[in-house]
Design a protein around this ligand. Structure first.
Ligand code: ZN
Length: 221
């Protein structure tokens, strides 16, 4: 333990922790100024842009997936900055309009990732946030053992639009049906792009007895 602390101290000396946005030395990975900037960009937004049958009621998000927000999300998911889940969660919780919209729902389900990917990354980025939200929003319960991703499909971002609908079919499976019957559900994902993933999961949830689904994401591409 002591050795570990000494090592961290030593590493901080050579590579001092910096603000992820402006690069200034800051032990919190985000300086006050940049944190304010991020908060100023956080707005309640909603959309539905699918031209097909939609199985969720509406989609809510707080950021456009661009500039500093895009950078932070990439840092969060791919550059070992898992602690950023707290920042994103707090931004959601501090937005009164979002909280009002979420209040009437019973459970929150994070979009699952394949166990191989979870092992590579060490965490499911949506699960960390959903878990935090559930602890802070009293009436909403986390259900993270309801759906699994049984097939490690190709990344949606690597495919043509026409291939994306097929790519998410039969990839997810409901394993705990009794937990969703008659429930009002918040389906949480990090980024909303084409909506195919959340729509496919919403379809499954509905077919298995869910009452209503709302989609919540940090950002929309
Ligand atoms: Zn900064």
């Amino acid at each position: 333990m002591l050795l570990r602390k000494a090592l961290i101290f030593f590493m901080d000396f050579i590579y001092p922790p910096c603000c992820l946005i402006c690069g200034k030395i800051n032990k919190n990975n985000l300086c006050e100024e940049c944190e304010r900037l991020i908060y100023s960009k956080a707005k309640f937004k909603k959309s539905i842009k699918l031209k097909r049958k939609i199985y969720f009621k509406k989609q809510i998000y707080i950021f456009k997936y661009e500039d500093v927000v895009r950078k932070l999300i990439i840092d969060y998911k791919f550059r070992d900055k898992s602690h950023l889940y707290k920042l994103f969660s707090e931004i959601i919780i501090k937005n009164k309009k979002i909280c009002r919209n979420l209040k009437s729902y019973d459970i929150i389900i994070p979009v699952p990732i394949h166990h191989k990917r979870k092992k590579e990354r060490g965490f499911n980025q949506s699960e960390l946030i959903a878990k935090y939200l559930a602890t802070k929003l009293d009436s909403i319960k986390l259900e993270n053992k309801v759906i699994i991703k049984k097939i490690n499909n190709k990344k949606q971002s690597k495919l043509k639009k026409s291939e994306r609908i097929e790519n998410v079919k039969n990839v997810y499976e409901i394993i705990n049906k009794e937990k969703i019957v008659n429930k009002r559900i918040i389906l949480f994902d990090d980024i909303y792009t084409t909506g195919n993933t959340v729509n496919e999961i919403s379809k499954l949830l509905k077919e298995n007895g869910a009452k209503e689904i709302i989609v919540l994401t940090i950002a929309k591409d």
